[in-house]
Design a protein around this ligand. Structure first.
Ligand code: ATP
Ligand code: MG
Length: 384
């Protein structure tokens, strides 16, 4: 937590630093996304600057929402002071009071001297300030796993003092990779898959297939709720709500009952492909994992893939359900995922687990594929 006197937020990033010639573009995107995040969260700031592999935000706010900005590896609420040892001593003593450090605690001082014009070495600073802290509090120095760490960073003529590093998720800034059309349901998996795509810099165009009357009428509301949660990570994303119930009615009326799930999924892919074309998205994302349900056997995934022009990417493919649940809890989508009953009114008593593509394609000849997909996409509601 920042104390009442912090006036600066120091943002660190890692993977962007490896980007060679494209580094400038990535950093610029990250700064834009930070600005958007702070504005969306109504946080005040006076400037955001890139300095020597860090981003320095002039703001006294508690900006924990920065955790949602991909590309950031960690950040700290710091006090910016003059780069001289007396000012540093004074500030560390002030921050000792904030942490209520006492003789029963352990601590260490970490100094990073990026600005080499500062005469003392990092080690000198750590020793000198450490001694002062011992004298003030009676706390013991412990270099490995101390209870408190006080950090001093010396950058471009200024010193930054702080005592907390808040870990974020790293990755790449949203918008630095291409757009993807993401099949978003109201269940646990697909929001996590969407999150993972954003973590690698993708912008999601969400496609929610509204299955009413074969699913609960409230599903639409749940999908919008989920979309609002995911917007935290990318405030500019959009949601298409597709009236998929009409396509499901067609499937129910025409095709072999055991093939319904595979054919239904193939239509979802087609709808997503069509929306991707409109939006300039280059891949489809789903929350599928091998063997999780009947439609997700390798044989069925093979049949389903054949209906997609664009590559279908499945970030959760090798994850266990419990691992996905843990991640959903961590990123804040789990609760919204528990509202749905998950019931599908089209589910046959014995769905095919090993579909054969030639049978599926033959069965689909009974439907005007292009016609129903086009009608559904034209009719879609777009939410921003
Ligand atoms: P979820 O992943 O949401 O928990 P699920 O585990 O019940 O869904 P399926 O119904 O097989 O499994 O769905 C697999 C994937 O298909 C989902 O992760 C999602 O990407 C996509 N999907 C399923 N239903 C919908 C829907 N109504 N609208 C959009 N995409 C959907
Ligand atoms: Mg699933």
């Amino acid at each position: 937590m920042p104390n009442s006197k912090t006036d600066t937020i120091i943002v660190r990033y890692d993977e962007i630093g490896l980007k060679g010639k494209n580094r400038f573009e990535f950093e610029k995107k990250l700064v834009d996304n930070i600005r958007l995040n702070l504005k969306s969260d109504n946080k005040e700031f006076s400037s955001i600057n890139r300095i020597r592999g860090r981003i320095i935000i002039k703001s006294a706010e508690n900006a924990c929402s920065l955790k949602d900005v991909f590309g950031i590896s960690s950040f700290s609420h710091a006090k910016e002071i003059a780069m001289d040892i007396e000012s540093i001593k004074k500030e560390v003593i002030a921050q000792i009071k904030d942490t209520e450090l006492n003789k029963d605690h352990t601590f260490c001082i970490r100094c990073q001297r990026v600005d080499k014009s500062f005469k003392k070495t990092s080690l000198d600073v750590e020793r000198e300030i450490g001694e002062i802290v011992v004298n003030e509090t009676g706390a013991k120095v412990k270099l490995k796993d101390p209870m408190f760490t006080f950090y001093i960073e010396l950058v471009e003529g200024m010193a930054y003092v702080f005592h907390e590093k808040i870990k974020a998720y790293g990755g790449l800034p949203v918008g630095s990779s291409s757009k993807v059309a993401t099949l978003l349901s109201t269940g646990i998996d697909s929001p996590v898959a969407a999150w993972m795509a954003m973590k690698r810099g993708c912008t999601n165009v969400y496609v929610f297939n509204y299955n009413y009357p074969f699913a609960d009428k409230k599903e639409k509301e749940y999908a919008q709720g989920m979309f609002n949660i995911l917007k935290r990570f990318d405030p500019k994303s959009v949601l298409y709500i597709v009236n998929f119930g009409k396509i499901q009615q067609k499937i129910k009326d025409t095709v072999n009952e055991r093939m319904r799930c595979i054919i239904c999924k193939r239509f979802m892919y087609r709808v997503a492909n069509s929306i991707a074309e409109k939006e300039g998205a280059k891949a489809i994302i789903t929350g599928e994992a091998i063997g999780q349900v009947a439609s997700q056997t390798i044989e069925n995934i093979y049949c389903e893939n054949k209906a997609s022009e664009l590559p279908v990417l499945r970030p959760l493919i090798g994850m266990n359900k419990q691992e996905i649940i843990n991640l959903a809890k961590e990123i804040g989508t789990f609760e919204a995922s528990t509202k749905t009953s998950g019931k599908c009114g089209l589910l046959p008593s014995c769905p095919l687990t090993k579909g054969r593509i030639e049978h599926i394609e033959k069965e689909e000849e009974k439907i005007d594929i292009e016609g129903v997909v086009m009608a559904a996409v034209e009719d879609a509601e777009i939410v921003k």
